[in-house]
Write a protein that binds this ligand. Structure first.
Ligand code: LMR
Length: 342
């Protein structure tokens, strides 16, 4: 279990202060009237999350370094497109960049991405890096060309926790619960193995579904749980750390190939720096959200004992074979080799 670091009082003002502080305000000098190009970057989470902060950092870097010749318009919180249509919008050229959760690529014909969803696969973020920064990660991104897309890089949110209106510590606690999941067959299988019923819903509809009782609980890193105010409609958060949630930034092949080489290099460099920034802050964002949750006092926070976590891990073991049957033994052997697992 990773330690929980606290870093002082935390509320929305501190998010925005962090946001402003993290973004050196562009000087007015050299600002051109209108950008020659405007990149449209759509995502589904709040701005005060690792993905939201990364998108805003990318905007500042691109606009500063291009003298505002290249503009970036960020559309957070599924303002423009949500889970159901962001990939299609990208493929049609209606937006230029999206950064979906890795759990959402199986649905567009790339089931190998669901290896990131395997429960209890990664012991820590260093293990994730062995995939995302290694040959397997490169192979995964190359596979995006099958869908006319270009994968520009991976970055973290963090480890997922389970929420409901009861503690989720033992298998019996999950029995019959309707749990909102992302559109991932591995995550659906995980919930079934725990005795729950998976309900696939867009992220933007999750809080309302919890509030109205359409679903009983869900899973996400704390930064998403907090910034979507799920704590107002969930009485218990169980720190299972049972799975990883990360992202890939994706663009449209035609758009990317038609950029001027210098522009493409500037955009890519700004993006890589923004992804590194996101990985630096993701842990802290989740820890700060957990502290804010404690201070809010709305939700009981439960830590699992070693034996309790081991029993959950044992219960979901069959999910690995189900994925292997779908994506083939080669992906699984490459995965185990990359993670130095037998
Ligand atoms: C979810 O749908 O739960 C997450 O993928 C949201 C996100 O993009 O972090």
């Amino acid at each position: 279990m990773r330690s929980t670091r606290f870093s002082g009082p935390f509320n929305r003002r501190s998010w925005l202060a962090a946001l402003a502080g993290s973004m050196a305000l562009p000087s007015l000098a050299g600002v051109t009237a209108r950008p020659a190009i405007t990149l449209r970057f759509s995502h589904v989470v709040a701005e005060e999350t690792p993905k939201g902060l990364a998108a805003n950092r990318f905007k500042v870097l691109v606009e500063q370094r291009s003298g505002h010749r290249i503009g970036v318009q960020v559309y957070p919180n599924a303002q423009l497109y949500g889970d159901h249509d962001e990939m299609q919008a990208l493929q049609l050229g209606a937006v230029d960049l999206v950064a979906p959760s890795l759990s959402k690529f199986g649905r567009i014909g790339l089931p190998e991405f669901e290896l990131f969803d395997l429960p209890f696969l990664f012991d820590d973020l260093n293990a994730v890096r062995r995939i995302t920064l290694g040959p397997l990660g490169k192979k995964l991104l190359q596979g995006l060309s099958r869908q006319g897309l270009v994968g520009l890089g991976f970055f973290d949110n963090g480890f997922k926790q389970m929420s409901a209106n009861r503690p989720l510590l033992e298998l019996k606690d999950f029995a019959g619960l309707r749990m909102r999941v992302q559109a991932s067959r591995v995550i659906a299988a995980q919930m079934r193995a725990l005795g729950a019923r998976p309900v696939t819903l867009p992220f933007s509809e999750t809080r309302r579904a919890l509030a109205t009782g359409v679903v009983d609980g869900t899973e996400n890193p704390v930064s998403n749980f907090w910034t979507q105010a799920m704590h107002e409609v969930q009485s218990d958060l169980s720190l299972t750390e049972h799975g990883y949630l990360g992202y890939a930034v994706v663009t449209n092949q035609r758009f990317w190939q038609h950029l001027q080489p210098d522009d493409r290099a500037l955009i890519n460099q700004a993006l890589q720096e923004s992804l590194a920034f996101a990985n630096q802050i993701a842990d802290t964002q989740n820890d700060r959200a957990l502290q804010a949750l404690r201070q809010a006092g709305t939700t009981r926070i439960h830590r699992l004992g070693v034996d309790q976590r081991a029993r959950l891990r044992q219960a979901v073991q069959p999910v690995q074979q189900q994925l292997a049957d779908r994506i083939g033994p080669r992906w699984m052997s490459d995965l185990k080799q990359a993670l130095h697992k037998s």
